[in-house]
Design a protein around this ligand. Sequence first.
Ligand code: NIG
Length: 339
Amino acid sequence: MQHLIVFTEKEKQQLLKKRKGETKFGEHIQLIPNLTKIYVDIVNLDVDYVVFGINEDIGITANLGKTGAYKAWDATLKVLLNIQSNALTNAKRVLILGHLDYTKQRNAIADLDVSKKKQLSKVRNLVEDIDKDVTHLVSSIIKAGKTPIIIGGGHNNAYGNIKGCALANNEKINVVNFDAHSDFRAEEGRHSGNGFSYAYAEGFLKNYFIFGLHENYTSSNLLNTIKKVKSINFNTYEAIEVRKELDYSSEMKNALNHVSDKKFGIEIDCDAIKNIPSSAMTPSGFSVKQARQFVNYFGKDANATYLHICEAAPTKKSETKIGKLITYLITDFIRAQKS
Ligand SMILES: N=CN[C@@H](CCC(=O)O)C(=O)O
């Protein structure tokens, strides 16, 4: 795993802001001292969750989107390590593994002109390399009996999550996706808009529920496709929050029915949440409270297999806000699983 950079005790100490009389989450988490073989390193560790970041936005570049998601992991660590450690946050059950690093690859594509077909396909080929790493890492974590919590990166990484889970369990998995977009675009080379279509076409994804699709950002072709395929179900943000034809809680129940008959992944695209800096930031979207309720609701189910939070693109100004958002979602998931 040449791109996996393990999170070290030294880095942890640099980020921890200790306070007398209090214990921070980072003081109780587990780390692995050396990386040998990921499965062997974690299989005997007494933890339930393996949290790791994917420092890339190459998939977003390959989808001609707005970059910056490679910074979400660092933003998250700064906040996550410094929340309180108490009976409600369960830090001892958490391994902070580290991150997949693609700095070199990001630099190598910086000067490419993605409006040119050949150069775009170079970027899309790089996404396939990332896919291999994510697939291997997720499948090793699941085979070791732990639950992956993945902080992206672009939504292209849904593909590696799904394939990794399916390979580890030796069967297709289901997914519920909290997202303004279907990410079911054509198989035209890998990017952040086709993680689910590739996973479906290659036989790793079975039932797929898209929660809160934006009607303005779904092409006519895609709408026809997702209406036609029986194993795909969806609702729209407009039907729930604008026209009030559907009720948020009942829709979560409906989505759970669609995915919970077997192992399923929970995908949270931060562009579904109002005003969160991301590739497709929107002034009209679900609230942070609704996103947290969503993670809690699906995280409670015994078949919930992984959590992926992606597409948030922090700036200097929004770094703490994004770190806090992602930390709330991570801890909501852990609490939900415990209950
Ligand atoms: N993962 C995001 N997919 C969206 C991106 C939209 C955008 O960046 O504007 C899509 O392909 O539609």
